[in-house]
Design a binder for this molecule. Sequence first.
Ligand code: SAM
Ligand code: SF4
Length: 324
Amino acid sequence: MLQDAHGRSFEYLRLSITEVCNFSCSYCLPDGYRKKPGPGFMRLDEIARLARAFAELGTWKIRITGGEPSVRRDFTQVIETLAAIAGVRRLATTTNGYRLKENAQSWHKAGLQAINVSVDSFKPNIFHKVTGHDRLDEVKAGIDACLEANYEAVKVNAVLLKGINDNDLGSFLDYVKNRPVGMRFIELMRTGDNAAYFNRYHVPATVVSEALEREGWVRKTREPGAGPAVDYVHGDYAGSIGLIAPYSKDFCKSCNRLRVSALGKLHLCLFTEFGMNLRPLLQADEQLDELKTFLGRSLQSKAVSHFLDDGITGGNHRFADIGG
Ligand code: SAM
Ligand code: SF4
C-alpha cells in the first residue's frame, strides 16, 4: 500500500501520456503547444511497467491525462494495456473531446470505463473564446456518444472563470437536467505562467455552492476514500454537480492521488518544485521491485499541503505539462 507520513493512502494515479494539445485554452496553453527539446514521452512499454508497479502497490484507479491524451496515435493501445493490468479496476481519462464522437465506442470496448470531458461553456462563442476552437457541437456529440456507449461515469469539467462562465450556471444546470452526467466545476488554479490571468479570472467555488443551495441542491455525504470534490444532487435532475475548490480549507486532507508526467516524472503534488525521474527504472521488467521501493520511499517526502494560498506554485508552469 502507498501511504504517506501524514496518514493518507494513495490508490489513484493520474498518468499523463503527452504534453501535446491541439487546443489553446486561455488558462492553460494560451499560445498553443510548443515542442520542447529533450526526451520524448513515455513509450507504451514504459507506461505498462509503471502502471504495473503502481497496481502492485494497491493503485486501483488510473486516469489517463495530458496535454490531450487522445492526440497520441497509440491511445487505444494505451487503454488496452492499462485495462489489462491486474488490480486496475477503474480506468478513466480526461479529454477535450475532439476525437470523442468517432471513438467513444472503441475506447470503451478497449477497456475505458469513465470519462471526463472539458467544456468550459455551453455557449458556442464562449467555448470558442476560451479554447480557441469552434468545436462545441462536436464535443457535445462526443459526450452523447459516451452515454450511448454506457460508460460507468461520464463527467463534464468546467474551470470557473469570473465574468466568463460564473454568471451562467443556468446553462450548465439545463445540461444535466435530463442527462446522467456529473458536472464538475474546478476553481481556476494559479500556475507559474498564469498569474495575471489568475488574478483577473479566479472566482471561489462558493459562488456555485451558494447558488446550488438556494435552488434546493443537497450536499452528498462523503464516501470513505473519496477525493477532494464536494458533490451535490437534486431530485429533479438526472445529473449531479461537483465542486473542486483547491483554495478551501482542508482540501489536501483528502488527497488520494499521485501524478506521473508524460516524461515519466513522479509528482507528489501538482505544485511540487520538481518531479522525480522514474524513467531509468522503467526500462526492464526486472526493475519492478526497485521501482516499487523507490515509489514507497519517495512518498514519505510528500508535504501535508500545497502552499497555493501563499502564491507558491512550485514547478507547475501549466497543467498541460503535468496533466492537471
Ligand atoms: N486536455 C484534456 C482536457 O482539457 O480535458 C486533459 C488535460 S487538462 C490539463 C485537465 C484538466 O485540467 C481540464 O479539465 C482543464 O480544464 C483543467 N485545467 C487546466 N489548467 C487549469 C488551471 N490553471 N486551473 C484549474 N484547472 C485547470
Ligand atoms: Fe489542452 Fe486540456 Fe490544456 Fe485545454 S486544458 S489547453 S484542452 S491540455
